[in-house]
Design a protein around this ligand. Structure first.
Ligand code: SAM
Length: 217
């Protein structure tokens, strides 16, 4: 069933949280500005005030189109690339119900994308892996004043395995180096400024995509 588009949930929420959700047409127009990135399966996006997931779901839809075109024949390839797509999408919202709704919408979309390509529903373990990634990527928090309390997981695909690294959001945002850490003088950007390399809080050994639930329960 088509989801009814709703831009305002209540006057109270507009006044208190500035919650006015972006309409589909504007979301698509904005994503068109970064069309190639939005279609690329593993390009990373963060929505720091994600609401109910209007941008996040539109990004996943675009990535799913690429997936369907490229990975229809072999189930394992489709599955691992689908997880890579989901793992590349991040969101934060102050409100818990919005976080829940964003995760649910992304989950439903991922399952539908799976059915459209593989012609059957994903098994229970795979569904739980999708939920695990969403629980780590779509977070309840304050992206203005609480970034030191937000920890993101980076999912890097190597073959059929993922390398998981955890980063504090504050360290990803940091422009001021901390002693001995952040800037690598040997690497420069196009303006010849030293490149900032954030340090991971934790880095896990590569793990097969089907085993992601192990150690993450
Ligand atoms: C204008 S709505 C936009 C939602 C979504 N980006 C969209 O375009 O549909 C703003 C959202 O930001 C959230 N929000 C407000 N202040 C926030 C903060 N400091 N940290 C995280 N989320 C915040 C609200 O709960 C609300 O869901």
């Amino acid at each position: 069933m088509e989801r009814k588009e709703q831009q305002i949930k209540s006057e109270h929420r507009v006044a208190t949280f500035g919650e006015v959700l972006t309409a589909r047409r504007e979301v698509e127009a904005m994503l068109d500005l970064v069309k190639n990135e939005a279609e690329r399966i593993d390009s990373r996006f963060l929505e720091p005030a994600c609401g109910t997931g209007n941008f996040l779901t539109a990004i996943l839809e675009r990535k799913l189109k690429t997936l369907r075109a490229r990975y229809r024949t072999k189930k394992a390839d489709f599955e691992v690339q689908l997880l890579s797509a989901i793992g590349s999408i991040y969101g934060i919202d102050l409100l818990e119900d919005n976080v829940r709704e964003s995760r649910e919408r992304l989950f439903d979309l991922a399952v539908q994308g799976y059915k459209d390509s593989i012609h059957k529903a994903p098994d229970e373990t795979f569904q739980q892996i999708i939920r695990l990634i969403l629980s780590k990527n779509i977070l309840q928090g304050d992206s203005l004043n609480g970034i030191d309390q937000i920890v993101f997981t980076q999912w890097t695909l190597v073959g059929y395995r993922f390398i998981l690294e955890e980063y504090n959001f504050k360290s990803l945002n940091n422009n001021t180096p901390e002693p001995g850490q952040l800037f690598q003088s040997s690497l420069c950007d196009a303006q010849h400024k030293p490149v900032y390399i954030p340090q991971a809080l934790k880095r896990y050994p590569p793990i097969h995509y089907r085993k992601l639930l192990e150690g993450n329960k």
